[in-house]
Write a protein that binds this ligand. Structure first.
Ligand code: GLN
Length: 197
């Protein structure tokens, strides 16, 4: 079985739970799964993976500390699937001192990198290794401004890097939980290298 916690402090939690359930079913990789709304620090260590959803990164950062989750994240050995605000939270550094990122991925992230006019937009983007383009929904999205040597760049558009992989972790500027295209979810799950027991 696979156990995935969706960090449920703020943001689009239900969409992530449904997307992972659908992705696991579609992949056929696991018969049994537990995808749940993660609310307590004690629940972190037993997860194979944790999704950090989109939302408001300054708020989620504050709630991570309020709920004493920072240390659990720093010592977590599973994979992190971070989207949008989640990407901001995973970074090594962010262009905004109002939040303290978790330093899980060696990237420097700019918040709200697309400016006001382009608050939200959709684009067909290319993702490394994918034959078909991916319809990406950007909502006040961040970009990766620079990435360390161990970080693999999965997608880059004119404005910057929008998807990366680092070890078991993935960080994505856009919202793969909203499109019904589970290629990124399935690759993330495969890369955890779990065996069905
Ligand atoms: N701009 C938001 C932030 O940095 C992220 C937006 C989102 O997650 N859709 O918190």
């Amino acid at each position: 079985a696979i156990k995935i916690g969706v960090l449920a402090l703020q943001g689009d939690v239900a969409e992530h739970i449904h997307a992972f359930e659908d992705a696991i079913t579609e992949s056929g990789l696991f018969k049994d799964y537990n995808v749940f709304a993660l609310k307590k620090a004690e629940e972190i260590p037993s997860c194979d993976a944790i999704a950090i959803p989109g939302g408001e990164s300054t708020t989620i950062s504050r709630l991570i500390d309020k709920n004493h989750m920072r240390e659990e994240f720093e010592s977590f050995s599973g994979g992190i699937f971070a989207t949008c605000a989640g990407m901001v939270l995973c970074a090594g550094s962010v262009d905004d001192d109002r939040l303290k990122p978790l330093s899980l991925i060696d990237i420097k992230v700019g918040r709200n990198a697309f400016g006001r006019q382009k608050d939200s937009f959709e684009a067909e983007i290319e993702i490394k290794g994918y034959k078909e383009p991916y319809r990406a929904i950007f909502i006040r999205a961040p970009v990766v401004e620079s990435a360390g040597a161990g970080v693999e760049i999965l997608a880059e558009i004119d404005q910057g890097i929008v998807a990366v992989r680092s070890g078991k972790h993935m960080a994505i500027s856009f919202h793969p939980e909203l499109t019904g295209d589970f290629r990124l979810h399935i690759d993330f799950i495969k890369n955890l290298k779990l065996t069905e027991e």
